[in-house]
Design a protein around this ligand. Sequence first.
Ligand code: MTE
Ligand code: MO
Length: 431
Amino acid sequence: MPDQSGNKGLFAYFENDPDNADRHFFGRIPHSDRRGFLRGAGLTTMGAMLGMAIPYHRNMPSGFIPVAFADEDVLTGKDGLTLLNDRPVNAETPPQLLDDPITPTNRHFIRNNGLPPEDVDAASWKLTVDGMVDNPMEMSIDDLRSNFEVVTMALTVECGGNGRAFFDPPASGNQWTLGAVACSEWTGVRLKDVLAKAGVKDGVVYTAHEGADTHLSGDPDKLPISRGVPIEKAMTDNILIAFAMNGAELHPMNGAPLRLVVPGWPGSCSQKWLKRVWLRDVVHDGAKMTGTSYRVPNRPVSPGEDVAEEDFVIIERMPVKSLITHPETGTETGRDGVEVRGHAWSGDRTIERVDISIDFGATWMQAELDAPVNDGAWQNWRATVNFPQAGYYEVWARATDDAGVSQPFAIAWNPKGYLNNSMHRIGLRVA
Ligand SMILES: Nc1nc2c(c(=O)[nH]1)N[C@H]1C(S)=C(S)[C@@H](COP(=O)(O)O)O[C@H]1N2
Ligand SMILES: [Mo]
């Protein structure tokens, strides 16, 4: 990565200082030639080589793949993701690629706050459980396997900032649209079993999670992120310390060889490259637990309002939401018997119904809805739609959970762009 960028990623470099970035990478190429190249196949080729769309390509005047970027092998094993940032790596999945009931590993989004560990060795990996426990423990992955019941569950992970791109006024941070969510099948041991064996002392309030990734600054004393959950949440049945994903190893960018999976709460609770769980007698105050990170105002605020830091509260469960994964927005369909389908989820709750509208919310039809395959999994739904005549339609989906709460049409704005669960709308041309 270029030092001239102030140690920022390539995306930030091109975004903040495109001329300099361009000179840095393409200095020896005469400017006029570069412009010429840009108009050719450059960007498409670059995107194809990466297997992704590049949203900031307008800021990359030269349009062929910089060597520094090409060397990144972090996206090996991912397919069709949209790269939002390269340092740290953040990539989301277009809705139509999330169509499978269980998200394949190559389509699970990536949200990194720091730099992932390199050359991890699963055989020598150690997890420490300490703090306010009767018996502090250090365990290998084999120890976890042999001392606790191994379970496999489909679990939904959604980034707290999914949907931030639609905020107006905009909120800073990764501009996730719809695809910072996934439901893969995870295999591991229950966090609660491990904590029970360690012996939870009276007075424990919160867990604190630490991973092996490093802070972007390179400072070894700083963690990029260390979050936790209330002990009552930690002791529920569907939180896994996972060592397998979809029946194979975890993808390196999804936390290999060991991670937490806390379904239904902000993805940030699901510490990747998990090294330590410690129990505390205070609400954890690690990196990105405090200030405005993964927090929202304690009251409704107007769009763009300044909110004092002490008025922010920690996000707990994620709200009710649904996603249309088929058809792909912008495509053409026939008139009759068009299957519309997708998923719906609501943190710590079950979805009770999903409704579909093809007339901008004027009328609704109820979709067929599957039960979750297990507690913590999203629910698949489908509806067969007959369009009354040819033309342009929007299809909207709206999930309702077992507390009777539905998705809003509009975004409840908050300063950091969290929790956007407004209805997903796609556009279709009906022939
Ligand atoms: N160690 C570590 N764990 C982490 C993160 C991280 O940056 N470092 N990002 C968190 C956030 S914000 C999210 S949304 C999820 C995303 O998981 P994924 O990258 O496997 O999709 O991982 C969480 N766990
Ligand atoms: Mo996240």
